[in-house]
Each structure stands twice: as structure tokens, then as C-alpha cells.
Design a protein around this ligand. Structure first.
Ligand SMILES: *Cc1c(COP(=O)(O)O)cnc(C)c1O
Length: 449
């Protein structure tokens, strides 16, 4: 019998969505979201700005603890935030690659340099661990909201939290952020790692006292194992990367911080000065939470695009077909093999897909060789070392101007684009060991020959 996906054959899917043809051949595509809607502040949504503000408040309460426990955050007084920089030389290089000029200013959001975890996961992952710790401490009368949270660094709290376990499934970076923060508080942390997780990430976790369970299977299976392990044990808290409102809100806080950084740096974002944001996407939580926050803060002035590897376009498949987590890249013959380990996810989050399906402008895919070439160029031109996943965001302006100009026309942005800001979200890299980075760099250089 012929194989079907949700009752339709591949041929029928291809007729309904012709973009599947190049996607199945692992070619680069640019998809415009037909469900994208003009911003309407009053529309029904799973979260409101108050939810994001509450998450930000919670992170402020924890700042004295973070500053005490992680001296590298001293400068920002325990607030985990990353630099926003203008790329000085990359625009010229990208224009050469593109063979046409780029309109607007090119910025880089350096989550690669977030303290504690060295990736975007220092937002959502750490937030959920802190929220869980606060909930437990409040429930047991050990803490009140008005306290100076630096007490959480004391041994009494560590021994209290040591009765509890936190479990997570990850391709690497989420495990790292949760393991580092969880063990610092005193929790036992079990990290289920999928096949693509790098050795150095596992070693770093073990060095911090977390327990690493290695799987030879992919991300979705690692998450499933973690979920099953935690089931039925009330003292074992599972951080569900596929379905977590807390992760999502932790990521969304980035929008409030970005608004402040724009103000400090004199960067104007409004309908006349549109903001284009390019967010690397794995299961969807990080780009989804950030895009959601950005729409709440900037409304119609911001245009969010997700970026996926050509071999792992799970969110694009899920949103385009409307199947969300009922489809995997394997169903369409793709292997989910990519150098972008943080994006090596075969099945997207339904929760995130539904939450942002009217908010994101589109999704584009990138070949690994382009990620590695950009990695080498970013190092040479801007002296910023990023991991392959992060470069998916840097490819955004190229993809938009090469394949997505109909979006600019449709939304009447042809004039405004000249005063646009393009923000590439650099999602990770500063924790990658030098010899690993060197290997990526050499590969990138080879592709350029
Ligand atoms: C996790 C991760 C992403 C994507 O986040 P998701 O929540 O999985 O979509 C992007 N880049 C890097 C470096 C990551 O670690």
C-alpha cells in the first residue's frame, strides 16, 4: 500500500503545496506565511504583555542570586543579556554574495555571548529552572517575593533543592543551560541527549555535576525518554521543550530588553522604520517566544522570519501543511542531518506553531555549506565566532532580497525598506571549544574556494 501522511499521498501533498518539491530535494526555499495577519492588538492570544512583564519581574527578583552565583554577570548586576551590535563589514560581503545591494542597517543580536550558557537557551531554559525553584521555595515557606534572592546561593537552599530532580531532553544547548543553572541551585539534573549532541557539551555538563543520558536517536526521542522518566515522580520536574509556556515566556522577555537597547542606541523602530528579524528555529520555542514578544512590543513595525536547515525544515513543514507535530521531515524523505546541531529537529512544536501561526511573516531554509561559509566570514570580517546554527539568522537578509521581495511589495514596504533595520539573531557560539570552532572555520573556508 502507498505510504500516506495524514491520509494523503506524497503526490497529493505535492499538488497542494508545490514548495514541497524543492524542499524534498533539500533545496533552499523562502516561504511566505499565507496566514500572516496585520497586527491587531485586541486579538485572542495564548499570552498577553502582562505575562511577559511578569516573567521579566521574576528575572529581576533572581538577579541578586545570579550575580552572586555567577560572577561573570557582575557587570549587568545579575541580568542575563547580550550585546546588540552593528555589523561593520558583513553587509558588503553579503551584497557580493547576493550580487545586489542590501537596503537597511544590519545588526547582530549576540545571544552567542549570553553569560552562563553561551546560547539563546540562557533565556528560556534558565528562566524555567528559576521559576521552578521559586515555586518550590515559596510553597515550603523558605522564601517570600520581597526577599533578597541572593540567599538562594546558600547551602540551606542547595540541600533543600537536592531532594528534587529536573529532567530535560535536548540536542545540547538546552541541556547545557538547564544543567548549569539547575546544578548551581542544588537540583539533581538529568539531561537526555540526542545523537547530534556534541561531546564537549556532555563533558561540560558532567563536570558541573549533571547526569547525562546519551541516546543514539534523534531529538524527539530524547525528549520522549525524558518525559517518560519524569512521569509518576512528583519530585521529578520535566522541562518540556515541545510544550512549555515558561520556556516561551522566558524567551519573550528578550523583546522588552531589545526595546530598551534600541532606545539606548538611538535606533528607531516604527511603521516608517520597519524591523526585520531573522531567528534560527529548531523545535520553535526560542524563535517562537521571541517573535511573540516582539509582536506584542512592536506590533506591525516588526517582521519576523524563521530560519531552518534544508535538511530539517520541521516548522516550515508543520505550518505550511497545518499538520504541526503530526508531520516529521522524515515523512518527506529528509534525513534531519545538519551541521546546525541546535536546529536538528525533525518534528516541530504544535504549541509554538499555533501560537505564532498568524504572527510570523515567513520561513526560509539554508544549506549547511552557506552556514559554514558565513561562519568563516563572520570570524574574518567581524571577529565574532558563532556556532553553525546561529548563522542561519545571518543568512536572512540574503534570502529575503534574493527570494522574498514579493513580501516587501505586498506589504508596501518598498520605500520603507531603505530605512529598515535587519536584525540577525546569533543564537550561540561562545562556549564552543576553540579546536571545534577551528574545524568549522576550515570547512567554511574550503566551501569558499
Ligand atoms: C536551541 C537553539 C536554537 C533554536 O531554538 P528552538 O527553541 O529549538 O527552536 C537556535 N540556535 C541555537 C544555537 C540553539 O541552541
Amino acid at each position: 500500500m502507498e505510504q500516506t501522511i495524514d491520509g494523503k499521498t506524497i503526490k497529493e501533498w505535492l499538488e497542494a503545496y508545490p514548495l514541497l518539491q524543492p524542499m524534498m530535494a533539500a533545496k533552499e526555499v523562502f516561504w511566505l506565511n499565507p496566514k500572516y495577519e496585520q497586527w491587531n492588538a485586541a486579538a485572542e492570544r495564548p499570552f498577553r504583555i502582562d505575562d511577559v512583564l511578569e516573567a521579566e519581574q521574576r528575572l529581576r527578583r533572581f538577579a541578586p542570586f545570579i550575580e552572586t552565583a555567577f560572577p561573570e554577570t557582575k557587570q549587568t548586576r545579575g541580568i542575563i543579556e547580550s550585546p546588540l551590535i552593528e555589523m561593520a563589514h558583513m553587509p558588503k560581503v553579503l551584497e557580493t554574495m547576493l550580487e545586489q545591494p542590501l537596503s537597511g542597517t544590519m545588526l547582530l543580536k549576540c545571544d552567542s555571548h549570553l553569560p552562563i550558557a553561551g546560547s539563546i537557551k540562557a533565556r528560556g531554559g534558565i528562566y524555567e529552572v528559576l521559576k521552578h525553584a521559586e515555586t518550590l521555595a515559596l510553597q515550603h515557606g523558605l522564601l517570600s517575593l520581597e526577599d533578597d534572592y541572593s540567599v538562594l546561593a546558600e547551602d540551606t537552599f542547595r540541600s533543600f533543592f537536592s531532594q528534587y530532580t529536573i529532567t530535560v531532553g535536548s540536542t545540547g544547548n538546552l541541556g547545557l543551560s538547564i544543567g548549569i543553572m539547575g546544578t548551581k541551585l542544588g537540583f539533581r539534573v538529568n539531561v537526555h541527549m540526542s545523537a547530534e549532541a556534541k561531546r564537549w557539551k556532555k563533558d561540560l555538563l558532567q563536570k558541573n555535576g549533571a547526569y547525562v543520558i546519551e541516546h543514539s536517536s534523534d531529538y524527539s526521542t530524547a525528549v520522549e525518554r525524558g518525559r517518560r522518566e519524569a512521569e509518576g515522580d512528583p519530585n521529578n520536574y520535566f522541562i518540556d521543550d515541545e510544550n512549555s509556556a515558561d520556556l516561551f515566556l522566558g524567551y519573550a522577555v528578550a523583546a522588552l530588553r531589545l526595546k530598551q537597547q534600541f532606545a539606548e542606541q538611538g535606533i528607531v523602530v516604527d511603521r516608517e522604520h520597519p524591523l526585520f528579524v531573522y531567528l534560527p528555529c529548531g523545535v520553535g520555542g526560542a524563535p517562537g517566544g521571541i517573535a511573540f514578544g516582539l509582536k506584542l512590543v512592536f506590533g506591525e513595525a516588526v517582521h519576523c522570519f524563521f530560519a531552518e536547515p534544508t535538511h530539517s525544515p520541521c516548522m516550515l513543514l508543520g505550518m505550511m501543511t497545518g499538520l504541526h507535530d503530526k508531520v516529521s521531515v522524515h515523512d518527506f524523505g529528509l534525513d534531519n542531518q545538519t551541521e546546525a546541531d541546535g536546529l536538528a529537529v525533525g518534528r516541530p512544536s504544535r504549541f509554538v506553531g499555533k501560537a505564532v501561526e498568524k504572527l510570523i511573516s515567513g520561513i526560509y531554509t539554508v544549506e549547511d555549506r552557506h552556514l559554514l561559509m558565513l561562519l568563516a566570514l563572520m570570524k574574518d570580517q567581524e571577529d565574532v565566532a558563532l556556532e553553525p546554527s546561529a548563522l542561519a539568522g545571518v543568512y536572512g537578509p540574503i534570502s529575503l532580497f534574493a527570494k522574498g521581495t514579493s513580501y516587501i511589495e505586498q506589504r508596501q514596504l518598498s520605500e520603507k525598506i531603505k530605512q529598515a533595520t535587519h536584525l540577525c539573531w546569533a543564537t550561540g557560539g561562545s562556549f564552543v571549544p576553540e579546536e571545534e570552532m577551528e574545524k568549522y572555520y576550515e570547512k567554511g573556508k574550503r566551501y569558499m574556494k
